[in-house]
Ligand binder design. Structure first.
Ligand SMILES: C[S@@+](CC[C@H](N)C(=O)[O-])C[C@H]1O[C@@H](n2cnc3c(N)ncnc32)[C@H](O)[C@@H]1O
Ligand SMILES: [Zn+2]
Ligand SMILES: [Zn+2]
Ligand SMILES: [Zn+2]
Length: 283
């Protein structure tokens, strides 16, 4: 038997397997964590949050200021906190813990499947890549052709007071196993922005249902959790931009037939919002 290949090259605490033997995805640089983008606009490695003074092994939700910063699991304890590495408010920052396999699908290119059962609510992996500013994200999105895999994700969070926080992550050149997750209109993962050391969120994927070993892992690229057919505005903007929406091969009963399309990264469609979880103000 050929030795199991680890796509992460030993950088994750569990190996990311590859299937089938002899086949590999096009090369990219593996990084378990987000890195500053080549445009230098955002530094996801900065620590700007204060730490908590909790000397307990694990912080208590009633007394820890980190836990009170927002409802779990939106904020975690950070590099400045006095609690232990095993604190219950440290989950996403501990990285990949479940066994995953990057495999060649029938019609969607490469995908990711579980090699073990995963219980609903479990943190699965992050969507790590270069964190970009809006201009560079747009520049890269516009340079893509209809045949290219699109890895750039735009996450918009509506903050109380009408402000919108935008985060752009591109794992095309530098990324982790998350870059191989395909879209499904009936997904088994949900993406949640989680903050650890600063307001730059980690895009964390959690199991949205109990998952069996062997199941392909997918999330809804629209951020809506259930993909809907494009509304009138989205359809018109897509036509105006002459964008060919890609057919969706997720195979679910409620498939919307096309992959979600983020108009905001293309000219003349600044008003579209693809994702809208909300974050508490005052952080
Ligand atoms: C983030 S990548 C996912 C990994 C990709 N399959 C690969 O081989 O590297 C996103 C791209 O995968 C393909 N894809 C993802 N979900 C799909 C789906 N449900 N149906 C068809 N193509 C899909 C599309 O080409 C999309 O632009
Ligand atoms: Zn803690
Ligand atoms: Zn803390
Ligand atoms: Zn679909």
């Amino acid at each position: 038997m050929a030795a199991e290949r680890d796509l992460s090259g030993g950088l994750e605490s569990v190996a990311v397997e590859l299937w089938p033997p002899g086949e590999s995805p096009p090369p990219f640089q593996y990084s378990p964590d987000c890195v500053p983008g080549a445009d230098g606009a955002v530094d996801p490695t900065e620590v700007t949050f204060p730490g908590c003074p909790c000397r307990a092994r694990s912080c208590s939700p009633r007394s820890c200021p980190c836990a009170r910063r927002g409802a779990a699991p939106l904020f975690e304890c950070n590099a400045m906190c006095r609690c232990s590495d095993g604190c219950g408010k440290r989950v996403v920052q501990r990285g990949l813990r479940v066994r995953l396999q990057v495999f060649l699908t029938a019609a969607k290119g490469w995908g990711v499947r579980a090699l073990q059962p995963i219980a609903e609510g479990t943190f699965v992996c992050e969507y790590a890549g270069e964190v970009l500013g809006l201009d560079e994200a747009r520049r890269r999105a516009r340079a893509q052709t209809a045949q290219d895999n699109n890895y750039i994700i735009a996450v918009r969070e509506h903050v109380h007071g009408g402000r919108v926080l935008e985060t752009f992550v591109d794992p095309t050149y530098v990324g982790n196993v998350g870059r191989f997750l395909n879209h499904s209109c009936e997904p088994n993962l949900v993406m949640v922005p989680v903050r650890v050391d600063s307001m730059v969120p980690r895009l964390a994927l959690f199991a949205a249902a109990d998952i069996s070993a062997g199941e392909e892992l997918c999330y809804d690229y629209s951020g809506r959790f259930r993909n809907l057919p494009p509304n009138e505005g989205e359809r018109k903007a897509a036509e105006e931009d002459n964008v060919q929406r890609k057919p969706c091969f997720c195979g679910s009963r409620t498939c919307a037939a096309f992959l979600p399309w983020d108009g905001s990264l293309f000219p003349g469609a600044d008003t579209h919002s693809s994702r809208s979880p909300s974050v508490p103000e005052g952080t």
